[in-house]
Design a protein around this ligand. Structure first.
Ligand code: TNX
Length: 829
């Protein structure tokens, strides 16, 4: 623990005990305060830097104000408001409160002078970086007074937004001025609000009856003839392909005993890769030849999409199909927020529909440990929960706005049985689960859980057992701060118990996989964002390894350990690029998570040159925790890009990274330099990332993933003919045509099926314009939408053409024949 954090905790205890009589609040009053205290957070300015300069905050900073308004209950001196704030608040101007950063994003606001009933106290704060979006503000502030039970402040609880179905921060103010929605003076990125989008949208979307397959097939030769197909059934020798049938039905092709039998031949030797297949639809027969069971499943998914659900017709056609990349992955962070077992099964099912084949499951991080490990109960009993417990013996202290209670929605973990079920579910669709227990950084949950275990066993007088898996060297007073501002989140590679712990994890994982009948083949070690630990570690000093070599030595050790157990070892590029040069023979792959302007293309070329398999995880196009569009009300972190739109993902050219510099800008909207790639760069594949710091429930997970995952699957499976040809005149028209066709099939076929599967797919809001005659015009951002307007957001009218804007205050888009709508957009007169 960082010294000043320790001091802060000590202060908290002393002040709390000294002021026990000063905080003369009853539980009843505290509860009432929780109901009535109004907390509002308003960003003032991301660009103006005087606050930073006067407070000597190094680097860029922003100013904001937190307004506390009491009703009939006073906020008594000595009460503490606990809250999350992404970056550490460095200065707070107020005569009534003082704010201190504790650890990670956890802050305390101590009331130093009673704020009487019916009073407003406004606190000006300054903190590093910027807050340019509503989702930056953290929810669930809570009150603590002495030994009373902590109480959540209701005004900071998220409310479900009509339309999007997302929980949003209603205590967050507005982002109407450029100095609020731009992140700094360089930020020239145009806003993509509904008003700004209008001009770029077509007046009318063409009506097509698309039976394009998503992802697009490699070769397809339709004849002009069509035939009828009512439904399919599997012959008895193909019965083991049954797990694919629900997906086939979801895609609109009926399945049943009375239906037509598909002839399926598995013939690995006929194909050059295990996921290849050929499909032939003739008048009399449908034949599927496939390299493997999985490829046969893929063929069935393709067949389903060829059928027009209205007419039941399929084209007579010959298709040969194969993926461009062997690795088509999704990274799902279940550590920051645990959105539940069902959110993982939902993802697996949709991955299978989209022919994706790797699930990188991010099981642990600073904020949570999400997999039961037999023999180490504290990992999940303590490490899978965030609640108010300053000793952190029952749970981790709240982070990311999780609030004080153990039953918070973001808490929880996968039991051994659930994990095994997931492995089997994934396996039946040919999806490999790649578990990741992030280390040596991002390990706070494990470290704290193992401290709790140590304390338990010491109290039971079992010192040997206690020390067995202890990850803390109590005498190590190294002072550091991780990217997410933790002072105590890094494993110590110089302790033998660290390796015992990792060995134990790998052993238990192997057993779970074995028991599930799905052997563990790949393990992801994280290896990212290790910052400054161990400088004062006695164990490291005596190891003789120079401090700056410790991280890479550790990563090498773990790679060797895993490889010796027959595992492919994976890691994030920052740690891996450091470690790999010393390990020529290793069996690894690397996730590149540099942005394009930060030099991703060079890292990829470097890896290609050393024959190291690379998986593209570029934040500025493949981080699906980033917003869909540059609108302060669209949720998402945005450190690497302010808009990861459907079109951006679709238009990504994974093997021609250099070319994007001619099309895209950096995160501030500024041009950047890169060298066009001459030949397609070999990469193992690509991976979409969903980190979940602020994606806290399944509805939000679905919103962030869909529809972007469809565009991702398209690029991971299919190489478009326009890729890489940026300098050719045909490039843009070809990309636009392809995207328009894709959008149409996504809107017409996939939106309805996703909604039918109860998935909270994002409906894009309409563009709007109010002209000089005060007429309101609306345009849809995709086909298959009905547009609506309203005076009060209660009664809605269908838009049929320009209409007087008088008394219209809200607009939205609705998926035709569904209750599903876009966010409600407030119309600015
Ligand atoms: C970067 S990518 C991270 C994660 C965050 C993510 C948020 C990587 C290896 N580290 O820890 O969750 O950004 O976008």
């Amino acid at each position: 623990m960082m010294i000043d954090t320790l001091i802060k905790y000590c202060l908290v205890w002393t002040v709390a005990s000294l002021s026990a009589s000063a905080v003369a609040v009853t539980q009843h009053e505290l509860n009432q305060l929780g109901r009535t205290l109004d907390v509002q957070y308003q960003v003032l300015d991301n660009i103006e830097q005087t606050a930073c300069e006067s407070e000597q905050i190094s680097g860029h900073c922003f100013s904001a104000q937190i307004r506390l308004q009491t009703e009939d209950v006073a906020l008594i001196k000595g009460t503490v408001i606990h809250f999350s704030h992404i970056t550490p608040i460095a200065a707070a101007q107020s005569n009534a409160v003082s704010i201190s950063h504790i650890n990670g994003d956890h802050h305390e606001m101590r009331i130093t002078r009673t704020i009487p009933a019916n009073t407003t106290e406004t606190i000006r704060i300054a903190a590093p970086a910027w807050h340019a979006a509503r989702s930056d503000i953290m929810p669930n502030y809570y009150l603590v007074a002495d030994a009373l039970a902590p109480v959540t402040i209701d005004s900071t609880v998220q409310q479900t937004e009509p339309g999007s179905g997302l929980p949003v921060n209603s205590h967050a103010g507005s982002w109407t001025k450029p100095n609020q929605y731009r992140r700094n003076a360089d930020d020239v990125l145009p806003l993509q609000t509904s008003e700004a989008q209008f001009a770029a949208l077509p007046e009318q979307w063409p009506v097509v009856t698309a039976n394009r397959v998503v992802p697009k097939v490699r070769q397809r030769q339709d004849s002009l003839q069509k035939r009828h197909l009512t439904g399919i059934k599997l012959s008895s020798d193909a019965a083991h392909l049954a797990p694919w049938l629900p997906l086939v039905e979801q895609l609109g092709l009926p399945v049943g005993e009375q239906q037509e039998t598909i002839s399926i031949v598995i013939a690995g030797q006929q194909f050059s890769g295990p996921e290849h297949y050929a499909l032939r639809i003739e008048e009399q027969a449908i034949t599927l030849t496939a390299a493997s069971d999985k490829a046969a499943g893929y063929g069935l998914l393709t067949l389903a999409q060829l059928r027009d659900p209205q007419t039941g017709q399929v084209p007579l056609t010959t298709i040969t199909d194969a993926p461009r990349f062997a690795f088509r992955g999704v990274h799902f962070d279940i550590a920051r927020s645990f959105t539940g077992y069902d959110s993982i099964t939902m993802l697996l099912e949709q991955m299978a529909v989209l022919k994706l084949n790797k699930l990188h499951l991010h099981v642990s991080d600073d904020e949570g440990w999400r997999l039961e490990i037999p023999g180490l109960p504290e990992l999940t009993e303590v490490g899978a929960y965030r609640c108010h417990d300053e000793s952190e013996q029952r749970c981790l202290m709240p982070q990311l706005g999780s609030g004080p209670h153990r039953d918070a929605g973001v808490n929880g973990y996968l039991s051994v049985q659930q994990y095994k079920n997931l492995l089997q579910l994934a396996n039946q669709w040919g999806i490999e689960v790649i578990p990741s227990l992030d280390m040596p950084g991002h390990s706070r949950a494990a470290i704290k859980a193992m401290e709790a275990r140590y304390n338990r066993l010491m109290a039971e007088n079992k010192p040997e057992q206690a020390e067995m898996y202890l990850l803390t060297e109590f005498s190590d007073k190294s002072v550091y701060s991780s990217i997410q501002h933790y002072s105590d989140n890094t494993l110590n590679p110089c302790l033998p118990s660290t390796f015992r712990f990792i060995d134990k994890l790998l052993a238990e994982l192997k057993v779970m996989h074995q028991q599930a009948g799905v052997p563990l083949t790949t393990y992801h070690i994280g290896a990212d964002e290790t910052a400054g630990a161990w400088t004062q570690s006695a164990a490291c000093k005596s190891s003789g390894i120079a401090p700056h070599d410790i991280a890479k030595t550790f990563i090498r050790e773990i790679i060797k350990l895993g490889n010796s157990k027959g595992l492919v070892m994976a890691g994030w590029s920052d740690g891996m690029m450091e470690a790999l040069p010393g390990l020529p023979e290793s069996n690894v792959y690397v996730n590149i998570w540099q942005t394009l302007p930060a030099g991703a293309s060079k890292t990829v070329s470097q890896l290609a040159a050393s024959n190291t398999p690379a998986v593209l995880s570029l934040p500025d196009v493949l981080y699906f925790d980033f917003p869909y569009q540059n609108d302060p009300l669209e949720p998402g972190y945005y450190w690497g890009a302010k808009s990861v739109s459907l079109k951006r993902v679709f238009g990504f050219m994974p093997q021609y990274l250099g070319q994007h510099a001619e099309l895209w800008t950096d995160r501030m909207g500024q041009p950047y330099d890169d060298e066009p790639t001459q030949n397609a760069t070999p990469v193992l594949g690509m991976q979409a990332q969903l980190w979940t710091e602020i994606t806290r429930d399944q509805r939000s997970v679905e919103y962030m993933l869909f529809p972007r995952l469809l565009a991702f699957a398209e690029r991971a499976w299919h190489q478009a003919e326009w890729e890489g040809k940026v300098s050719q005149a045909e490039f843009l028209p070809a990309l636009n045509r392809d995207f328009s066709e894709f959008t149409q099939v996504v809107a017409k076929r996939h939106y309805p099926r996703l909604v039918e599967a109860d998935i909270n797919v994002r409906i894009p809001p309409p563009g709007y314009q109010i002209d000089a005659q005060h007429q309101l015009e609306l345009r849809a951002a995709m086909p298959n939408l009905k547009l609506e307007y309203s005076a009060d957001a209660m009664t809605w009218h269908t838009y049929t053409g320009a209409v007087s804007a008088d008394n219209i205050h809200f607009v939205r888009a609705r998926l035709i024949n569904s209750p599903h709508t876009s966010r409600i957009i407030a119309v600015e007169p």
